[in-house]
Write a protein that binds this ligand. Structure first.
Ligand code: PEP
Length: 240
């Protein structure tokens, strides 16, 4: 099971102070061998976070990258090689908040290809909007996102899929159990042998419902991951 923390645009150096509590918890956690914890902080915290987590099994990732592999005149951007060089092992690609800012499937495909060639593992986010869901377009949208995002890419264990319905992100609403099970099954049929995580308002209350969905391989957690107690609680409750 994967537990991936997406800190979004939150956190300064002082936010790293609570990491030792997560490390302490994880060190003695009975299920640690079957659990993978990954923190995706803002780029400014990747290096210091990697240093703090040096003696733990917890890994660090980034939240996005530029699509080009070479250095270039792209003010404000960071590419996958640069992320790798400061200690990131993963990168989230295709998050709906980035898609909303103009990232399209073609760019996502390039970013995934180049991140893999830089040696990063990719957390590839897919998910439908509320409007698409209401029009019963969920499968069609997921199909398109998968087909174009992974175009000419050999499926590998270095890609994780995060199914994140856009209407569930930051809203406190989660899909119904049956609906989520069916969508995850659909994704797994489309792309065999890849881990599929769920993301969207996961918290320490609804984890008791979500953990019952057998085909979920982990969770991508935004808001609740910024509070170490809530994050630890989610991991603990998954196995209670
Ligand atoms: C996310 O940012 O990927 C996410 C799922 O956010 P939240 O948990 O806050 O809905």
């Amino acid at each position: 099971m994967y537990f991936i923390a997406n800190w979004k645009m939150f956190g300064g150096l002082n936010s790293l102070n609570s990491l030792h509590k997560v490390m302490k918890f994880f060190k003695t956690f009975k299920k640690k061998r079957i659990v993978k914890v990954i923190y995706c902080p803002p780029n400014t915290l990747i290096r210091p976070m990697t240093k703090k987590l040096k003696n733990s099994k917890i890994e660090v990732g980034a939240q996005n990258c530029h699509e080009k592999l070479e250095y270039g005149a792209f003010t404000g951007s960071v590419n996958s090689k640069m992320l790798k060089s400061v200690g990131a092992k993963y990168v989230i690609i295709g998050h709906s908040e980035v898609r909303k800012a103009g990232e399209n499937n073609r760019l996502i495909n390039l970013k995934i290809k180049n991140s893999l060639s830089s040696g990063l593992k990719v957390i590839f986010c897919i998910g439908e909007t509320l409007k698409e869901k209401r029009k019963k377009l969920t499968k069609k949208v997921l199909n398109q996102q998968i087909a174009s995002g992974l175009k000419k890419i050999k499926k590998s264990k270095n890609i994780l899929i995060a199914y994140e319905p856009v209407w569930a992100i930051g809203t406190g609403i989660i899909p119904k159990k049956k609906e989520l099970f069916e969508t995850i099954t659909f994704i797994k049929k489309k792309i065999k042998n890849l881990k599929v995580l769920y993301g969207g308002s996961v918290n320490s209350d609804n984890i008791n419902q979500l953990k019952l969905i057998e085909n979920i391989d982990g969770f991508l957690i935004g808001g609740a991951s910024q509070d170490h107690k809530k994050f630890i609680d989610i991991i603990k409750k998954t196995y209670n």
